[in-house]
Design a protein around this ligand. Sequence first.
Ligand code: SF4
Ligand code: SF4
Length: 438
Amino acid sequence: MTLKTFKGGLHPPDSKHYSAEKAIEICPLPEELIIPLAQHIGAPAEACVEVGVLVKKGTLIAKAKGFVSVPIHASTSGEVVAIEPRLHPMGKALPAIVIKPDGEDSWDESLKGADPASLDADELKKRILAAGMVGMGGATFPAHVKLSPPPEKKIDTLILNGVECEPYLTADHRMMIEATERILDGIKILLTVLGIERAVIGIEANKPDAIEIMTKAAGPCNIEVQALEVKYPQGAEKQLIDAITGRQVPSGTLPMEVGVVVHNVGTCAAISDAIRLGHPLVERVVSITGPAIKQPKNLLVRVGTSLQFLVDQCGGLNGEAAKIIMGGPMMGQTQLSLEPPAIRGTSGLLIFREQDLPRLTAGPCIRCGRCIGACPIDLQPTTIAAYARLDLFDETADYHALDCIECGCCTYICPATLPLVQSIRYAKAAIMAKKRTL
Ligand code: SF4
Ligand code: SF4
């Protein structure tokens, strides 16, 4: 199979050997589940239960607040013991519903599934929203929003993201091997919702077992599998669309602009469960990995389980944690401690010791241009970052700072180890803040 790809990017070591061969295990129940109300792009959900209420697994505990928002459900059966700010992976205390499990882990019996063939596109979409479905690749964009393009945007292709280009992460890889049929079922449901026939699953060539299994299973369903060159950020939406269709999503627009909708493979499996079983999104696979983890694993984790509990299930640490990252090392979020919970967008937990980290000293820009060559968006990271350091935000906007997808390629490749993506992120926040006041 010819490998497709996009322009730019780079080849960091994939470091997936820690957990790639580890079959998914079910994570035990922790003593408490901390379920934040903000777990998705858009307005946080609004609590609809009170302290003292008994809930079942899948019971609605917070309602969506607006179109770009999703509801949240209890991840196990038990008692709501607090609704209060708790440390969120974002690094600050945010409102959360705390559940003390009763140990039964029993599903809410009012949740009913259905044969997808018996439901029309609107009803399927309604159920996807009611299940709190979001993009599980890490972006957590509400799935129903992506499935609601305006009538003038003609969609003809559904792309399934099985790329998992971030080093270390293996959750999607394991899902493609172990949950193949659920993923394909979810894809068929999405094709019905979108009213189209073409679906392409994109998988990086460093997962030959997943490519083989998915190709064998998808062929009879008329779903294509496309192997992709191993290159970061192959799994970023616009780069994936470019690689598979050759279409470029214009600056400031969404994939629907070029007739494409992209969903993660894990999201597809969850959508199948939501429709067939009536189960909302209350658990997901998380790779707990990195050199500091004694026994790296892929765990099926209930939303709200603390990071410390996940580490404990993997035999603890091989030394002192010097860096904790939720997600991948390129785009993940650094954590100050293991106190926050895993949420719907948590694809991985990486832990490094001091000796695992490179020793970097930032120097002046030597004008080598490597950051420009690596940028998948064709930006000039060195120029934008230089303006950002001087707080010249109009100039950063002129150089299209808002198009930056924060992939981190520029920072990774920079021989002067300049924190380019951090400066660009700072500029983007300033530009957006200014836009809001206009
Ligand atoms: S400027 Fe943004 S998009 Fe370009 S390489 Fe840097 S982080 Fe990635
Ligand atoms: S990679 Fe670093 S040193 Fe080279 S041009 Fe970009 S900012 Fe300057």
